[in-house]
Design a protein around this ligand. Structure first.
Ligand code: ATP
Ligand code: MG
Length: 481
């Protein structure tokens, strides 16, 4: 009897890969029930042009991000996930395929398609970058959680609209797909339908869990056949840089960068700082008394005391008068690789990025499991290493680099994105105004790009589209002749 009860209750330790994944259930509408009374919801958002934007556009984006973070009060946990992962190549290859049309140009079509495939593999090494924002709240039951999350979600979507980044909430299946992708980093296909659950008797976790987790080692973990290492960023720099996140994301292998952001109650934050200032003042007075007793000038106080006092007063002023709030930030980085050696190289590369911005990337020794689970976009932070930052220091981690353009349908190839290396595929006919104009300095390739587009249209849609060339200087005609 005792044995049966023990077996049913378990010993509180995870025994399967499914047990290690710390959520309870994901509902079809995308709400995830976490342990305790926490519920979370995820949004996926797109990139916008940031790194190459003009200074005032950058400032505007930064200020909008500040507004986004200031919107959250202490009851909402925010998790920003930037993920770089391998995806199934088939999907992409299908979208750039050019089917044969049975005329005498099929061989050229094959050659053109081969060129496109080369560009695809050269561009981004098969890595795709995705961004998610996960919101966590506490609620009594699912109904209350749903109502509150819906309200927050609408506001956050509006804030993203102001930033100019397209954002959309993920439904349950999409969230499972994201988690599946993270736990199968080589891009294995995901298949799941809600009505399979009752038929198979499986739980949602069975569809996403990897074949195994191994967290026995101090400084790394194994997930299926991949190795990974979780680290956290020690923010030591007094000044932070908006390029840091973008630089992390340039890694050559799979990577997850996670920021857990939790606002501190505004009055509480001000009270804490005031208390600190009082403490510092008391220490200052004690030093001055000592100085008077010893008979030297009482303006001479330890310089640390003077600088800390000044900094604390500046912070108090920012909080009270300049629309700044305080946040607790946990910054996690998880690297993946196929071999131990490669993994160490990848971690070293990420540590180099941190070093470049005067921060330090420290391995989460003995906490690899917590590190990995906190990096999944579930909205659960199990790593208790927090750094307090003001709104502007939090928003300086700008998650934007460059807008991508990869349309489906009859999209034509327009080159590679100079920053991300991704292919630019666009279908002008889908736009409200499909006209185009090519501008450039003499000899920069204007005629070439026009001819390339003409050729592309000819190869892809010669049966449907008419190509009319007005050529007053007889440039094309000369070449044809
Ligand atoms: N993407 C490209 N890859 C390789 N070569 C290119 C590319 N684009 C242009 N070129 C080469 O650069 C040269 C100049 O290109 P092109 O004649 O198209 O320039 P243009 O801007 O039309 O010049 P102009 O102002 O004189 O009309 C050509 O020899 C062309 O083959
Ligand atoms: Mg020309």
């Amino acid at each position: 009897m005792d044995k049966a009860i023990r077996q049913a209750k378990g010993d509180g330790k995870p025994h399967t890969a499914q047990d290690s994944i710390p959520f309870e259930v994901i509902y079809p509408d995308g709400i995830c029930k976490l342990p305790g009374k926490s519920y979370s919801k995820s949004l996926a958002f797109d990139d916008i042009n940031y790194q190459l934007a003009q200074a005032d556009d950058k400032t505007a984006t930064f200020e909008n991000l500040c507004d986004l973070y200031n919107y959250f009060d202490a009851s909402v946990g925010v998790q920003l996930s930037l993920i770089s992962q391998y995806v199934g190549r088939e999907e992409f290859e299908r979208s750039i395929e050019i089917s044969d049309q049975g005329d005498s140009f099929d061989s050229i079509r094959k050659e053109y398609a081969l060129m496109l495939q080369n560009q695809l593999s050269r561009g981004n090494n098969g890595l795709v970058k995705r961004k998610y924002l996960t919101l966590t709240i506490e609620a009594e039951d699912l109904k209350a959680a749903r109502a509150r999350l819906a309200r927050i979600e609408t506001d956050v979507l509006n804030l993203f609209k102001v930033i100019g980044a397209a954002a959309k909430p993920l439904n349950g299946k999409e969230r499972l797909q994201v988690l599946h992708g993270l736990m199968h980093p080589d891009g294995e296909p995901f298949s799941f339908e809600w009505d399979w659950l009752p038929k198979t008797g499986l739980s949602v976790k069975d569809y996403i869990a990897p074949s195994s987790f191994q967290f026995g080692k101090t400084r790394l973990f194994r997930m299926g056949k991949k190795l990974g290492a979780a680290s956290f960023l020690q923010i030591l720099a007094p000044e932070l840089n908006d390029r840091m996140l973008a630089d992390f994301m340039e890694a050559q292998d799979g990577l997850m960068v996670t920021l857990h952001i939790r606002s501190i109650d505004h009055n509480e934050a001000i009270k804490t700082i005031k208390r600190k200032i009082t403490d510092l003042d008391a220490m200052k007075i004690a030093e001055q008394k000592k100085a008077v007793r010893a008979g030297y000038d009482m303006d001479i106080i330890p310089s640390d005391l003077a600088t800390y006092g000044g900094e604390a007063k500046n912070l108090l002023r920012d909080l009270q008068s300049r629309n700044e709030r305080m946040f607790l930030l946990t910054f996690l980085v998880v690297n993946f690789a196929d071999t131990r050696q490669k993994l160490e190289n990848n971690v070293f590369q990420s540590a180099g990025v941190a070093q470049k911005y005067n921060c330090a990337l420290t391995r989460l020794d003995f906490c690899q499991e917590q590190g990995l689970m906190s990096s999944l976009p579930l909205g659960l932070n199990q790593v208790n290493i927090k750094r307090s930052l003001t709104t502007s220091s939090t928003a300086i981690f700008v998650p934007f680099t460059t807008q991508e353009l990869f349309q489906g349908g009859e999209a034509l190839y327009y080159g590679l994105n100079a920053l991300s290396g991704n292919m630019i595929m666009a279908d002008r006919k889908q736009l409200k105004n499909p006209n185009g104009l090519i501008l450039g300095t003499p000899g920069s390739g204007k005629s070439f790009s026009a001819k390339r587009e003409i050729t592309n249209v000819f190869l892809v849609a010669s049966k449907k589209d008419t190509i009319i060339i007005c050529d007053p200087e007889a440039e094309v005609r000369q070449e044809v002749a």
